[in-house]
Design a binder for this molecule. Structure first.
Ligand SMILES: Cc1cc2nc3c(=O)[nH]c(=O)nc-3n(C[C@H](O)[C@H](O)[C@H](O)COP(=O)(O)OP(=O)(O)OC[C@H]3O[C@@H](n4cnc5c(N)ncnc54)[C@H](O)[C@@H]3O)c2cc1C
Length: 506
């Protein structure tokens, strides 16, 4: 009998498990994959090591206050050895045809640079940043009223409920429509792949939140993203907890209406583990698929109205030589083939991606030991991979399709970085099928449930589920991003162990 079972070792599950361990709880963390960390895991090919779901994080700077809250909590929960290195500043570079703009932190510097570059647009730039500020406050109210203890959420709603309602229905496209200058519009909207919904769908609140998060700087974990799991798991073990890999949770057991444990398939055997509480970090759809159909019908109905978000194709590139000398930096590149930044990649084998995200993780990590790497990523319409995701097509034709897509992406990378092209020694693509296989992403989606205005206010995505004893954590609850998923894990733990709320607010 465990105090708590956590399903899924993504950063949300790790945070929940470590926080509960800090309060002396024995936690069993179950992970279906052979590697812990979910999307913070890394993998090796030959001498190159690749990060999967982390290019930069916020909240870990040296300053006091909310801009370093993530780092303080990691220090407290982990073994104290996790450090972060600053990325280049400008940290995000937007590249349009014949135009480039570097986005710097703090936000005031970004705003000043926009004023300088678009002097005729200062009024609309100021209106934009004012809107971002207001939308973030509205986002905080929504988050508080959905996820924090009822009395806190109630206070927020009394004070700012009307403002939250006014902002929650507005998309990024609604706000971009007020920007007349096409290049300014593209720069302001460019970074939607950070949460995976194109402007027509994305809530403006989410855009304001995610882009504003880097006000205090953009950072990369020293030693790579695998350090999250490496530094948090010792805390879980120190309280008598365990992390079992290759442990596939097939069912969440519900007795007399309450979650009491799980059924796990591991090394060919099915076993039952029982606990006082279960926290699920595997996304809402996966969680529901582990519950009998008769359980929580209304929740199931509400959740099924939410679509998975788009998928992505990533090209992992192993390079050789002096890539800094050839122009690479530790900034992220947001490259668009036109000023229309709102398109998904619909025909990945037959056309270039309309937008490409390129990053050089080996330059972000001062502890990097191997040869240099690059990652090129494009957000793709899942429909392009649906025949294989739905298993209608024979798997035999998948490798050829994947190879075509990889060649497209490689060609596009080489066109945009001609001086790096001769240094490429290795490439391998990941597709929505990869995401489905290794982290069980539903339909291979990039960030779980689609980040839409409906999702933002959905009752199906709460920390407390309608099944007593069962809580959620992870990106479906808190929104995409390492910091957000981490905070959701902590809040889930605090819901069980209220003394943790104080730690969170300190
Ligand atoms: C390509 C890409 C780039 C990204 N870049 C950034 C970035 O630069 N900065 C940033 O902040 N965020 C980034 N993100 C987002 C961030 O990585 C995720 O939002 C976050 O890591 C999600 O954490 P999680 O805890 O919700 O779950 P996940 O990391 O998805 O983990 C869920 C875990 O549950 C396991 N699981 C599923 N089903 C079962 C089961 N039945 N039994 C047992 N285990 C199960 C899975 O194997 C997985 O390990 C990126 C994501 C992607 C895909």
């Amino acid at each position: 009998m465990w105090h708590v079972i956590v399903i899924g070792s993504g950063i949300g599950g790790l945070a929940a498990a470590a926080a509960l361990a800090k309060r002396g709880r024995r936690v069993l963390l179950l992970e279906q994959h052979t590697v812990a960390g979910g999307q913070t895991q890394v993998f090796r090919r030959h001498e190159w090591v690749f990060a999967t779901g982390v290019h930069y994080v916020s909240g870990v700077g040296p300053q006091d206050g909310p801009e370093s809250q993530f780092r303080r909590l990691l220090d407290w929960l982990g073994d104290g050895t996790l450090q972060f290195a600053p990325c280049a500043n400008p940290y995000d570079v937007v590249r349009l045809p014949d135009f480039e703009f570097g986005i710097s932190h703090p936000e005031a510097a970004y705003r000043a640079a926009l004023h300088e570059r678009f002097p005729s647009e200062t009024a609309s730039i100021d209106r934009w940043f004012h809107a971002c500020h207001e939308a973030r406050k509205a986002g905080t109210t929504l988050m508080a009223s959905h996820q924090l203890p009822a009395w806190i959420g109630w206070g927020f709603r009394i004070l700012r409920g009307r403002q939250a309602d006014a902002w929650s229905g507005r998309t990024l496209a609604d706000l971009l429509a007020d920007i007349a200058h096409p290049q300014l519009r593209a720069v302001l909207g460019a970074r939607w792949a950070d949460y995976g919904a194109p402007p027509a769908i994305a809530p403006f609140i989410e855009h304001a939140w995610v882009t504003g998060a880097y006000d205090g700087g953009a950072y990369f974990p020293v030693g790579g993203p695998a350090r999250f799991a490496e530094t948090l798991l010792p805390t879980v073990r120190s309280a008598g907890g365990e992390c079992r890999l290759g442990a596939d949770v097939r069912r969440i057991l519900v007795e007399e209406g309450r979650a009491v444990g799980v059924e796990v398939l591991r090394a060919g055997s099915v076993t039952v583990e029982r606990a006082e509480h279960v926290i699920s970090d595997i996304g809402v759809a996966n969680t529901l698929s582990c519950l009998d159909g008769s359980v929580a019908g209304e929740w199931r109905q509400k959740a099924s109205a939410l679509e998975p978000g788009p998928g992505f194709v990533a090209l992992y590139l192993g390079l050789e030589g002096d890539i800094v000398g050839a122009g690479a930096t530790s900034a992220n590149h947001w490259i668009y083939e036109s000023n229309d930044i709102g398109q998904l990649w619909r025909q990945p084998a037959d056309e270039d991606a309309p937008g490409l995200f390129v990053s050089f993780p080996s330059l972000k990590d001062p502890a990097w030991q191997g040869p240099p790497t690059a990652e090129a990523l494009a957000v793709v319409d899942r429909a392009a991979f649906a025949p294989w995701l739905d298993k209608q097509h024979s798997a035999d034709d998948y490798p050829a399709f994947k190879a075509w897509v990889a060649q497209r992406l490689l060609g596009q990378f080489e066109r945009h970085f001609p001086t790096l092209a001769p240094m490429v020694r290795f490439h391998e693509a990941a597709t929505p099928l990869t995401q489905q296989r290794f982290v069980r992403a539903v339909d291979g989606s990039m960030y779980g449930v689609e980040m839409s205005v409906e999702r933002l206010v959905s009752d199906a995505l709460r920390l407390r589920t309608p099944v007593p004893g069962l809580l959620l954590a992870g990106q479906d609850v808190a929104g995409p991003g390492v910091q957000a998923a981490f905070m959701s894990g902590l809040m889930s733990a605090a819901t069980l162990e209220p003394s943790l709320w104080r730690q969170l607010s300190g």
